[in-house]
Design a protein around this ligand. Structure first.
Ligand code: NAG
Ligand code: NAG
Ligand code: NAG
Ligand code: NAG
Ligand code: ZN
Length: 954
């Protein structure tokens, strides 16, 4: 397959049409489309003057020569071994010598010394911190450097996001935050043209698709499977066109993609940072150790070698690495000399030309080469850097942080919506000053490739969680202000963040309280609610005063144990709630002395499950609507982690790497002790496998999904072996070695066992080499049946046997895997000193393959954007508005309201998304809008469109 970098595209965000008249076409920034309409006005402006930034600012190259583009850069992790703020200030240099503020100080200083010098900067979270502290003079100086293309921003998100464990909505948010800061601060010249993911541990197709849609001209990265790289080097296919969507019409999701030659490091022998030991260029012939000839010879040798594995007479070299350039003089002084001495050889017939450059200048030359590039359709997972070193452990590492990050995304979306719905009072109201900014920033930082990925040190993981919690606190004030304004009740609002483990002091103690359920989705949704209580009967009425069926069931032993003194309720009150689109509904709950007799228990309407009475395990699942049944069992297992003591390789399992020491997992228990309960709301089978593994299998009367709520931990390590715990489903589905996983929560990719679509795989790790990231769902299918699992966080998983799907839940490891973090992944906390206990949910559905998306798309959406439940104690004032919806009409099922967010004082950002893939639906074009003459939006499968709406204050 071939593809051309040169594409015909009317879209003015595209590089090559843009390059024709780059400075005068209005551009599309981010995913923003500025729709002219009665509600929205175009906001983007054509720049007034035309500074020489961007492609125009590139140094000239020499057509007949091998041109070597030297790219001075620093890779500044937004938290890893130190917290983001420790890295910024250069605190805790005992852990790692790194201080970003000094890097920026020093680089700016050095750029001013020689106008030929170039630098790229990537992580806006750091740049923003630095910028705020600069004087006006310094800010103007930096603007000048940016306007002249001497300092160029690449990537430009708040951080360089992880690709395996992030959800697209959070990635779009963090990119928006960084790009907006750059645009607001530097205008047109601050706009990054190139996406730059030099460190993430494998690459997701959905990231490339998002970058393409954001208008990036190209994408560079450093890490891919070693076998893939070797083949691409030989075939000169390290640069390609990535067609990153099966649904979007080319070239909407096409992105030129290049693999960097040395990861992101300089070539061997050419590291001139203060942290390196390579010899400086000693160019005074009168002094000892003159080495110019040696340096030039070595450099030419490396350049010629590199040219053999790339296609054009341009090659790129990344001159920098982690937190380098703190004393930029060292780098630049030697690079100046390198350029001078290597180019001097041209007068002796050398055909190598070295220049200061940037990734976008290099990209421009590739474009000018007018070549045809290979086409890439799948993704770059999993990533292995050697035969037994698969980076598939971090798909699951730190499962509690991964869940906290995901639920924080839900909370942030709700917070942003309520900021818009509440207006100014949301930020300053009866409950004080609230904001969404704090949580936005905490979420943006959490997307970093050592944050949600779980590959940071423990104290840094704690810092990410603390930042999120602080963001929640700020949002809670905002939410309380808005809900008080919308409902007309300023009764204190109580938040219970531990409902998943039945902890909520208010519901446990109160005889009368109300429950407000806010729905962030653009369609009405019904959810089951479980509240910890001590009473045995309650009467519940909805917003219209109608009685709601409820049930009280005992709190399970597993839940009581996991609470660790944070709650003592003996029962759970269950009922089904409904909330209107982008709105809330309020339920009133009162304790009764004697409950009414239990209504008869209707059978669940959509699904039936059976259990093996001997073992207590699941044995079948049926869809009652479609009359399909599959044999299905489920159980928990663990892999013993390799401790490095192995004949094939000394690699250990760690935060990054998954390496079981045998391919057969150990069963935790062949049987489960079970308790069952059945009432008008739910049927439950509570399974107990061991003191550290239990599960509740729940089937709600009106649900199309079977819920498996697992609780795992503390993972025992008394045998001195690390363990990686999985839940495995074994079904009668004839999946023929194939299963499917989503990419960042959006499009789904096919995975085939021991196979990669673009090279002949030599499989060396039968389990770890078949693991893929699961962000929101995975499925197996045959002609008749599709079994889908929707997850509540990112996890790793695989299908090792036909009909089987395993998902890794928790990992506890005793060794570091020597990829830098320097700690074993051995999580404990104050509450769980014996080892972290983690609880989560898998939602299972069974459907015919052709219609499965109709179940799993909305289901996953309800898990990602879950309702916000808040409480008020006592009786509500009769004037309280019990129900509210921010939408006049429900959006069609295929349309997802991705973002509603206050942009500036009178502008609201709105993103609409078609949430189906082309293969999942029959009608591929959606039109929205009541009166088409006023505002009509067309959405094609998997398309995201963004609008800025000017809002009139009432
Ligand atoms: C970019 O910044 C300019 C001001 O420099 C502003 O007018 C424009 O609205 C901004 N665009 C976006 C998308 O933020
Ligand atoms: C690019 O190459 C094509 C042939 O593949 C040729 O038709 C076209 O004229 C070339 N464009 C330029 C600008 O050289
Ligand atoms: C709920 O009941 C449990 C068990 O009787 C008791 O320990 C706990 O204190 C009660 N909670 C409240 C708030 O009364
Ligand atoms: C793992 O954590 C436990 C509990 O804190 C501790 O006793 C043990 O020494 C730790 N093991 C390693 C290898 O860090
Ligand atoms: Zn990194």
């Amino acid at each position: 397959m071939i593809g051309k970098i040169h594409k015909q595209m009317s879209h003015d965000s595209w590089l090559f049409s843009k390059m024709a008249t780059p400075e005068y076409t209005p551009f599309v920034f981010l995913l923003l489309l500025f729709q002219s309409s009665v509600w929205g006005v175009p906001v983007c402006q054509t720049p007034q003057e035309s500074p020489t930034c961007g492609y125009k600012s590139c140094h000239a190259t020499k057509p007949g020569m091998l041109n070597v583009h030297l790219v001075p850069h620093t890779h500044d992790d937004v938290g890893w071994l130190k917290t983001v703020d420790q890295y910024f200030y250069g605190d805790r240099n005992d852990i790692q010598h790194a201080g970003v503020q000094y890097i920026l100080d020093s680089v700016v200083d050095q750029l001013l010394k020689n106008p030929d010098r170039r630098f790229i900067y990537v992580e806006t979270a750091f740049f923003y911190r630095w910028w705020k502290q600069q004087t006006d003079d310094m800010q103007n100086t930096v603007k000048q450097l940016v306007n002249e293309g001497r300092l160029e921003f690449v990537n430009g998100g708040w951080c360089m996001s992880d690709e395996a464990t992030t959800h697209y909505s959070a990635v779009i948010d963090q990119m928006t935050m960084g790009l907006r800061f750059l645009n607001d601060t530097f205008g047109h010249c601050g706009r990054p043209r190139v996406a730059w993911h030099i460190d993430p541990f494998g690459h997701a197709r959905e990231h490339a698709s998002m970058f393409a849609q954001m208008g990036y001209d190209g994408f560079f990265f450093g890490r891919l499977d070693y076998q893939d790289r070797n083949r691409r080097m030989v075939a000169r296919e390290q640069e390609m066109l990535w067609r990153a969507s099966e649904s979007l019409t080319p070239p909407m999701a096409d992105l030129f993609t290049g693999i960097l030659p040395n990861g992101y490091n300089p070539p061997e022998g050419f590291c001139w940072d203060q942290s390196c030991d390579d010899p400086p260029i000693r160019d005074d012939p009168d002094l000892e150790d003159y080495n110019v000839d040696d340096v030039v010879t070595r450099f030419l040798h490396i350049a010629h070698g590199q040219a053999l594995v790339y296609k054009t007479n341009h090659i790129i070299m990344t001159m920098g690495s982690d937190f380098q350039y703190e004393n930029a003089n060292l780098w630049y002084k030697n690079l100046d000399k390198l350029i001078r001495y290597v180019n001097q050889m041209q007068s002796n017939g050398s055909e190598v030309n070295v220049l200061y450059s940037t990734p976008s200048c290099y990209l421009q030359e590739l474009h000018r080469a007018n070549l045809t590039w290979p086409l890439k359709g799948d993704d770059f997972f999993p990533y292995a850097d050697s035969a037994h070193d698969f980076w598939t452990g971090y798909f699951t590492s730190r499962p509690a942080l991964k869940r906290y990050e995901r639920i924080s995304n839900s909370y942030l979306q709700t917070c942003k919506q309520l900021e818009v719905l509440g207006g100014p009072i949301s930020r300053k109201g009866p409950f004080g000053a609230g904001d969404s900014e704090t949580l936005k920033k905490a979420m943006a930082v959490a997307q970093h490739h050592d944050a949600v990925s779980g590959t940071e040190k423990q104290h840094v993981a704690n810092d990410y969680a603390r930042k999120l919690a602080n963001g929640w606190a700020h949002c809670q004030v905002l939410v309380s202000n808005t809900l008080s304004s919308l409902s007309g009740s300023s009764a204190p609002r109580v938040y219970c963040e531990h409902l998943n483990i039945s902890v909520c002091p208010l519901t446990e103690t109160s005889k009368k309280f109300s429950v407000n359920v806010y729905n962030p989705l653009a369609r009405p949704v019904s959810w089951p609610v479980r509240l910890p209580v001590n009473g045995t009967a309650y009467s519940i009425s909805d917003a219209k005063g109608k009685a709601v069926d409820s049930q009280v069931v005992p709190v399970s032993q597993a839940t009581a144990a996991v609470r660790q003194g944070r709650g003592y309720a003996v029962n759970e009150l269950l009922f089904q709630v409904q909330a209107p689109p982008l709105g809330y509904s309020t339920y009133s709950v009162s304790l009764l002395q004697n409950g009414p007799p239990s209504p008869p228990s209707p059978l669940p309407r959509f699904l039936r499950v059976t259990f093996d009475p001997e073992t207590g395990l699941l044995s079948s699942l049926s869809n009652l609507e479609t009359q399909q049944t599959v044999k299905l069992s489920q159980n928990f297992y663990w892999y013993n982690a390799s401790d490095g003591n192995n004949s094939e390789s000394i690699q250990m399992s760690g935060a990054y790497i998954f390496r079981p020491n045998t391919s057969t997992p150990f069963i935790i228990s062949k049987t489960a002790k079970i308790e069952t309960l059945q009432n008008s709301v739910v049927q439950e089978v509570r399974q107990w496998f061991s003191p550290w593994v239990s599960q509740v299998v729940r089937l709600y009367t009106d649900s199309r999904a079977l819920e498996l709520e697992w609780t795992v931990g503390p993972v025992p390590i008394g045998d001195d072996l690390g363990k990686e715990v999985i839940s495995r489903l074994d079904s009668s589905i004839n999946s023929s070695g194939v299963f499917y996983t989503d990419s960042n929560g959006r499009e789904v990719l096919q995975r085939r066992k021991d196979y990669r679509p673009t090279w002949n795989l030599r499989q060396s790790e039968p389990i770890a080499g078949n693991y893929y990231p699961i962000n929101s769902r995975a499925y197996i299918k045959d002609d008749k049946d599709q079994l889908t699992v929707v997850t509540d966080r990112s996890q790793g998983g695989g299908s090792i046997q036909d009909g089987s799907l395993e998902i890794m839940l928790h990992r506890r490891l005793l060794y570091d895997d020597v990829r830098g973090v320097g700690e074993p992944l051995n999580e404990t906390s104050d509450i769980y000193p014996e080892g972290l206990v983690v609880r989560g949910r898998h939602l299972l559905s069974l459907s015919p393959p052709a219609t499965a998306a109709d179940t799993h798309r909305p289901l996953a959406q309800e898990v990602v954007l879950q309702p916000l439940i808040t409480f008020t104690d006592g009786e509500l004032h009769p004037s309280t508005r019990l129900e509210f919806s921010g939408l006049q009409a429900v959006l069609p099922p295929a349309v997802h309201l991705l973002t509603v967010s206050q942009w500036d004082q009178d502008t609201v950002l709105l993103r609409l998304e078609h949430q189906y893939q082309a293969s999942e639906i029959t009608h591929t074009l959606l039109s929205l809008g009541g009166d088409p003459s006023v505002w009509e939006v067309n959405l094609k499968p998997m398309e995201i469109r963004t609008f800025l709406l000017r809002v009139r204050q009432r």
